[in-house]
Design a protein around this ligand. Structure first.
Ligand SMILES: Nc1nc2c(ncn2[C@@H]2O[C@H](COP(=O)(O)OP(=O)(O)OP(=O)(O)O)[C@@H](O)[C@H]2O)c(=O)[nH]1
Ligand SMILES: [Mg+2]
Length: 206
């Protein structure tokens, strides 16, 4: 079982992108065995009816944040999912509060490593708000970008082409070596972008 963690600021587009990722994955393999853990009550909700019949199962953890109060529940949920459903892929959408590093450290320390093959971290960044957030809460931004395999720089449709270079450069200052993929959930994400975002690399425990 491979695990993908999707995190990023409140409203950055996690659920919108997750829905499109499901569409991509179901086109790649017609009945993928995927379980989604939603730790979100967001503006766009994943409707379990959208997932029925596609080999997708959703589990919700809505009473707190998986990076802190629900971290041990997350570990039990992952363990239970692996032992009962044994999907090929487990995707976790974290709350806007969560730092990928905390969640991943929790998984590495509390879930038996024989139950999963890798943990990938994809962080969603809202391109239209990044300059503001970097000015107001730079430490929070860098905390959120601490442990990742790819950044999806989303909402590029809201940024003027002449301003996108500055946003890109500002992001690069925080994560110089990260794999950054520029996307817009609004305009649709290309298969090439998904292939690049989902390239298998593993985020190790630190
Ligand atoms: N213009 C534009 N709007 C977007 C894009 N992606 C998401 N949105 C909008 O941004 C809002 C938040 O999107 P969500 O997908 O719910 O974001 P989220 O990160 O899951 O939000 P929370 O779960 O509340 O943290 C919605 O109104 C989306 O329609 C994008 O690429 N461009
Ligand atoms: Mg959401």
């Amino acid at each position: 079982m491979r695990i993908i963690l999707i995190s990023g600021f409140l409203g950055s587009g996690k659920t919108s992108l997750l829905i499109q990722m499901m569409d991509y994955l179901t086109r790649q393999s017609p009945s993928p065995r995927i379980v989604i853990i939603e730790n979100e009550i967001g503006s766009i909700n994943l409707d379990s009816r959208m997932l029925d019949g596609k080999g997708l199962t959703m589990r919700e953890m809505l009473s707190g944040c998986i990076c802190c109060s629900l971290l041990s529940n997350l570990a039990s949920e992952i363990t239970h999912t692996a032992q009962t459903l044994a999907p090929d892929l487990l995707i976790i959408e974290a709350t806007g509060m969560a730092n990928a590093r905390d969640v991943i450290t929790g998984i590495h320390t509390s879930v038996d490593e024989s139950l999963y093959s890798s943990v990938q971290s994809i962080v969603i960044v809202d391109a239209s708000r990044l300059p503001y957030l970097l000015e107001r809460t730079p430490r929070m931004v860098s905390r959120q970008l601490e442990q990742l395999d790819a950044v999806l720089l989303n909402k590029t449709d809201l940024v003027l082409p002449e301003e996108l270079g500055d946003v890109r450069a500002a992001l690069r200052e925080v994560v110089p070596d990260a794999r950054v993929i520029e996307v817009s959930a609004e305009n649709g994400v290309s298969d090439e972008s998904w292939a690049e975002a989902l390239l298998q690399t593993e985020t190790g425990a630190e």
